[in-house]
Design a protein around this ligand. Structure first.
Ligand SMILES: Nc1ccn([C@@H]2O[C@H](COP(=O)(O)O)[C@@H](O)[C@H]2O)c(=O)n1
Length: 640
């Protein structure tokens, strides 16, 4: 059903509340409905500071103020039908957007925007743990703001008095819902994250299950208290492949054999839904304010009654979805006072940070995994574009080390190969204005550049191949590589796993899509013409393929390499037979490992090369991938 008051793209009523330059969603897009239960949840995760919305993508163009209005309105709708609505967030609230990353510490402004949302359960993600300044800000501001609603079961924080405390108000929350009085016991677990700063500590789930205090706590609640539902939320993927989730579920079932367990996850940035047994389900709600997850339950409190009813929806983050699901067809009836004041607050923060300043116009979309890096003719491959046109602009320069280290000079006319981990690339580059914000959305990391000079060409030519050769490289089968950081982001790993499983299924099923879902048994209510659909999420999960609220055409997906590498100057006969190997310092250990493999038994050669590593360019705020992109846009795609 389309919205009569908002059906034209130029409708001023809509424009006033979207952020500067934001595109109006398509109010005619076909939609699947929400089905309310007696206990309902809205879930966000991995927002990474995208509270401004995606201004040049109409599908995700709502801002955080619209989300707040949506949550308030939906709470009213579910209440009218006698249902509770709980709001849950599972962490990673900065790194990846100008709004969060232009302040010190990251999140100083964006967190105050996030905090307007009335969450019932909030926890910490790994991006709250990288920098000590960010962890302190989170612990001192977000934790007291949410009080008993901010919990963590396996993350700790080192206070100024040198004592460790839980990163949150408590290890758990026990409470009753407002309308139906359900007794909820909530716990929160993060994945086994080892890259935190000195003030934080994550105890892996494999260790948590041996802790006496946790087993005492669970025994106490299971034996002495009414627990209608266990809600386990945290920065941990819900996928069956993620072994920590299975271990945790197995452990919790020893205390609560029949209680319904509802999980909410995050970290791998995907939409996902899993059933671990017939009295549990798990929802993961994407990333970057593209998705709000909705989950409803009915008949879940007693094992004796008929099967519990579980329903999930992945809601696109735009006004069409938000207004449709709350039955509103004018903006004035949809927006709440709080929602619209938060939208205004975001607009003024964005103005102050000059986030919409722009340097040129991107002519078409570039995709990370929806285009094929391995096809040199695929002009839409972001990774190939970055490899061939962007990182090649790098020049040696010293900032912090200026005067303390000689600037690297290619005196012998060596060729050059530059490598970056594709995990450092976080988002597609969309057609439209290239704004200050895009500097952070494509690649937010302030990594520096290093060089191994004078690598024999035949050795240098092997490095990318070695690093891209197989998963063993990133999962660390050899003991010396166990604690190396991943070259791929968790999202890219999930993408590659999907590509691999699709290939496997295709080989078994002769190209057919498997019919494995419960959704297959539900008659699809909307007769859709594929040609008129827009591209977007078509999620495959344990319930099938009809979980997304908006009916989209699926974008293709392609395998993402661990590293991309430029190569300049190989053919010129005046050059030396040596290559300068330049790379992000984040992947130095990988590069040295690959170099060792390429040198084979020539230990002396490896030692000589590894002994010569130095900084090539330490000006991260001028020369990271985001800034190199800006330079390219200024030179090649300026406004006419
Ligand atoms: N300085 C950094 C830090 C991280 N990365 C990449 O991000 C991945 C971590 O993903 P999260 O979703 O947990 O943030 C990591 O594996 C690296 O690939 C980076 O490139 N530079």
């Amino acid at each position: 059903e389309s919205n009569p008051h908002l059906s034209t793209p130029d409708d001023q009523i809509v424009h006033i509340d979207l952020q500067k330059g934001a595109r109006t969603p398509d109010f005619a897009e076909p939609m699947r409905e929400l089905s309310h239960g007696t206990l309902n949840f809205l879930h966000t995760t991995d927002t990474h500071g995208w509270y401004l919305g995606h201004v040049n993508q109409k599908q995700y163009s709502s801002d955080w103020g619209d989300f707040i209005s949506f949550a308030e309105q939906l709470k009213n709708c579910t209440a009218i039908e006698g249902g509770d609505l709980l709001l849950v967030d599972t962490g990673d609230r900065h790194d990846g957007n100008g709004l969060s990353d232009l302040t010190f510490p990251h999140g100083q402004v964006s967190e105050t925007i996030f905090m307007n949302a009335d969450y019932d359960l909030v926890t910490v993600g790994n991006h709250e743990l990288y920098e000590a300044s960010v962890s302190r800000y989170e612990y001192e501001n977000m934790v007291p703001h949410y009080g008993p609603r901010y919990i963590s079961t396996n993350v700790e924080y080192l206070k100024d008095d040198n004592t460790w405390t839980i990163f949150g108000n408590s290890t758990h929350r026990y409470f009753q819902t407002e309308i139906n009085g359900y007794h909820v016991l909530a716990l929160s677990f993060m994945f086994d994250f080892t890259g935190g700063n000195e003030r934080v500590k994550v105890t892996p789930i494999s260790e948590m299950v041996k802790k006496q205090w946790l087993s005492d706590l669970l025994s106490y609640y299971s034996q002495n208290k009414q627990v209608d539902i266990l809600v386990v939320f945290g920065h941990l993927p819900v996928s069956h492949q993620w072994t920590e989730a299975g271990l945790l579920h197995h452990y919790l079932r020893t205390f609560f054999p029949d209680t319904f367990i509802q999980y909410f996850g995050g970290h791998s940035h995907i939409r996902d839904f899993a059933m671990y047994d017939n009295r549990s389900s798990a929802l993961q709600s994407g990333r970057y304010c593209e998705t709000v997850g909705f989950l409803s339950l009915s008949d879940f409190t007693s094992v004796e009654t008929a099967d519990s009813e579980v329903h999930r929806r992945y809601i696109d983050f735009n006004l069409h979805s938000f207004m449709h699901h709350t039955g509103k067809n004018t903006l004035s009836s949809f927006e709440t006072d709080l929602g619209s004041s938060v939208s205004r607050r975001i607009a003024s923060a964005a103005r102050e940070m000059r986030l919409s300043d722009s340097w040129g116009y991107v002519p078409h979309n570039f995709y990370m995994s929806a285009a094929d890096y391995y096809n040199s003719h695929d002009k839409k491959s972001l990774l190939r574009f970055l490899q061939d046109k962007i990182i090649t602009q790098l020049k040696p320069e010293l900032c912090e080390l200026k005067g303390r280290q000689p600037l690297y000079k290619n005196t012998h006319n060596n060729s050059r190969s530059i490598l970056i981990n594709s995990g450092s690339i976080r988002y597609d580059l969309y057609k439209g204005d290239f704004t200050r914000n895009a500097l952070f959305t494509v690649s937010p990391f302030s990594n520096k550049w290093k060089v191994v000079p004078n690598v024999p060409k035949d050795i240098a030519a092997q490095i990318q191949g070695i690093l891209n050769a197989g998963d063993y490289i990133i999962t660390g089968a050899s003991t010396s590589r166990k604690h190396l950081p991943d070259l791929l982001s968790p999202y890219q790993k999930a993408t590659n796993a999907r590509v691999a499983s699709a290939k496997m299924l295709n080989s078994h099923l002769d190209g057919g899509i498997p019919s494995m879902s419960r959704d297959q048994h539900v008659l699809h209510p909307i007769d859709t013409d594929k040609k008129s659909l827009s591209y977007g999420y078509v999620t495959h999960d344990d319930f099938g393929v009809y979980g997304d609220d908006t009916i989209h055409k699926e974008l293709p997906i392609f395998r993402v390499p661990n590293v991309i590498a430029s190569f300049e100057g190989g053919a010129n006969s005046t050059r030396t037979p040596y290559t300068d190997l330049v790379f992000y310092d984040f992947i130095q250990d990988h590069i040295l490992w690959a170099l060792k493999v390429a040198c084979g038994g020539n230990v002396k050669l490896y030692n000589d090369l590894a002994g010569n590593v130095s900084y090539y360019n330490d000006c991260s705020s001028k020369y990271n991938v985001g800034h190199l992109l800006k330079k390219y846009v200024q030179d090649h795609w300026p406004y006419k």
